[in-house]
Design a protein around this ligand. Structure first.
Ligand code: SAM
Length: 272
């Protein structure tokens, strides 16, 4: 069956008109209309026939179609109640597509995706960080997370220690994956165009490089960055000043200067 391409400005306008839809700003709806970007995302995710893929927010099926054409088995979670009827039509005939209606932050992803899978998504920007943290911190069997995010978020995800934008998100991403910005995407590639430039980030998930109690590590990192201007001695005082001083990490430093290894060392010392 030959399917009409959704990643095209007039096809997208036609679909929206036919279903009397408007992009809902509150749901972060910016639909891709650029076939080349869809192709490059699928390529960045190294999709092979038979890959299990989780897509968050399929919208009208634009990126989904690219994934399905590459042979992936796609499970997509969509919150907007108006979109299932649209997807039923735009993706009719693709057998390797499964739609789950609901909020990605409320669904049990471990149950939904019990075996190895890749995440590929043009994320709703209003909850990008929560989604990324959920994907990274729940120890899911995800092997690759390829997401479209605001360029500014992409830069924070991949920021090095010592830079002003290095924070809890950078540590979470880098502790659990090798990450890189694959390419940038201009506002014109979307309908409606967002106010910001976007970027596609590839995270190759791997085991953390240092052994820690992950839950406690996350707590320490978040607490340290919650007051990033303060020294560790002050921002982490709740864990015990004596433990901070005995950790071997200079307590007058700020969270933004600590490497992953130093955070691991600090968290293990504070846990004792
Ligand atoms: N994948 C489509 C594309 O690339 O054109 C649409 C991407 S659009 C940026 C984000 C999508 O996420 C929208 O379809 C929106 O309705 C959906 N969405 C927003 N919040 C969601 C949530 N909490 N759970 C699942 N989907 C959500």
């Amino acid at each position: 069956m030959l399917h009409p391409l959704i990643a095209d400005p007039s096809a997208t306008r036609h679909i929206l008109k036919k279903f009397k839809l408007r992009a809902v700003k509150g749901l972060g709806q910016n639909f891709l209309i650029d076939a080349d970007i869809v192709r490059r995302i699928v390529e960045a995710a190294e999709i092979c026939a038979g890959d299990e893929v989780l897509e968050i927010g399929p919208g009208i099926g634009t990126l989904t179609q690219g994934l399905l054409e590459a042979g992936a088995n796609v499970t997509a979670i969509e919150l907007d109640k108006k979109l299932p009827a649209v997807l039923k039509e735009t993706l009719a005939g693709y057998e390797n597509f499964r739609l789950i209606e609901g909020d990605v932050l409320k669904i049990n992803l471990a149950e939904l995706m019990p075996t190895k899978f890749k995440v590929v998504a043009n994320l709703p920007y209003y909850i990008t960080t929560q989604i990324l943290l959920t994907l990274l911190e729940k120890n899911l069997p995800a092997t690759k997370i390829v997401t479209m995010v605001q360029r500014e978020v992409a830069e924070r995800m991949t920021a090095a220690p010592g830079s002003k934008i290095y924070g809890a998100l950078s540590v979470a991403v880098q502790f659990r994956s090798e990450s890189r910005i694959a390419f940038e995407v201009p506002p014109e590639s979307f309908l409606p165009p967002p106010e910001v430039t976007s970027a596609v980030v590839v995270c190759d998930v791997r085991k953390p490089p240092f052994e820690v109690d992950e839950e406690f590590f996350t707590k320490v990192v978040r607490t340290a960055f919650a007051q990033r201007r303060k020294t560790l001695l002050n921002s982490l005082a709740v864990f015990g000043r004596d433990k901070i001083l005995a950790s071997g990490i200079d307590a007058t430093r700020r969270a933004e200067t600590l490497s992953l290894e130093e955070f691991a060392k600090l968290s293990e010392a504070l846990k004792k």
